[in-house]
Design a protein around this ligand. Structure first.
Ligand code: 13P
Length: 293
């Protein structure tokens, strides 16, 4: 099974593109999906790059705002550039879930390939305005912009009723047509983080959205979604999937274990030498789920 997956990925997922925009347009047309992992530093970044090399597939790495703020967008750009030189495949850098237009602009100025402006918690009118401002700023640099409609549940996202998280098709269309944004993340029932029960994905809503707009769609909450639902979503227009919690949870859990073992002698490179393969394993597991064809 492993061999079949790997050989297919080789022909399908390491193809060259002129730009990330072009890659996403092609992925939506051919029902493929770019796996995107939230990373925190050079160590989990290295694990993602090595996993992508082993599986021969392009990947995206994403910094949440606290990671971008702590490391600075400039330093993270340089870090990814360092790894890119040693990788056979493309490693794209994205700013994830920024509610700040200013942070998006900083990431664009630092050379990020892609940014997300998350206006899902504000009114549609404000969401459109923020998204438009980032799209305009990103245009000359050719940077991809992702917007969000509906809500990805979990963490501090407040959902007022059962259907409050679901993206409204009319609103998706309105946001897309007003902004011409490249990627649209849509609330269809997935949640960030580990979920006590399997998330119930509203595939009917996904289908309506995919029929309403041609933009590549983004599936958030990749840690808790069963492989078969990931694969079904890809066939229905999801061209990017975000995976985060399983990466940082594995990182923290095994780092803690190693530090307990070493006690006062804990030394970061020795600890991380043990932790890195564990992160790489979970990344490879998610890559297999995404690149199933
Ligand atoms: P998980 O943390 O559930 O994998 O979701 C990540 C995500 O969607 C980041 O935008």
């Amino acid at each position: 099974m492993d061999t079949v997956i790997k050989s297919n990925i080789k022909t399908i997922y390491n193809q060259d593109y002129k730009s990330l925009k072009e890659l996403f347009i092609d992925y939506r047309a051919t029902q493929r999906c770019l796996p995107a992992f939230n990373v925190n530093d050079n160590y989990d970044l290295k694990a993602v790059v090595e996993a992508s090399d082993d599986m021969d597939t392009h990947v995206m790495v994403m910094t949440y705002p606290p990671v971008a703020e702590l490391n600075t967008t400039e330093v993270f750009r340089s870090l990814v550039d360092g790894f890119k030189k040693r990788s056979k495949n493309k490693i794209f850098l994205h700013l994830d879930h920024s509610t700040s237009v200013d942070l998006c602009k900083r990431a664009i100025d630092s050379g990020y390939d892609s940014v997300m402006i998350d206006g899902s918690q504000v009114s549609l009118e404000k969401n459109i305005k923020m998204t438009q401002e980032v799209v305009n700023y990103a245009a000359s640099a050719g940077v991809v912009v992702e917007a969000e409609i509906g809500k990805i549940m979990g963490r501090d996202v407040v959902v007022k009723s059962d259907n409050d998280f679901l993206a409204d098709v009319g609103e998706v269309k309105q946001l897309f047509e007003a902004t011409d944004v490249d990627l649209v993340a849509v609330g269809i029932g997935t949640a960030h983080g580990f979920t006590p029960t399997e998330p119930k994905i509203h595939f009917d809503r996904l289908q309506e959205i995919a029929e309403a707009i041609p933009a590549p769609l983004v599936l958030h909450g990749g840690t808790g979604i069963p492989d078969t639902d990931i694969q079904k979503s890809i066939c229905m227009g999801m061209s990017k999937i975000n995976i985060g919690t399983i990466v940082h949870n594995t990182y923290m859990k095994y780092a803690f274990e190693e530090m307990k073992k070493a006690g006062n002698d804990a030394y970061p490179p020795y600890v991380m030498k043990e932790v890195l393969p564990k992160i790489k394993n979970v990344v490879k597991d998610r890559l297999k789920a995404v690149n199933y064809k």
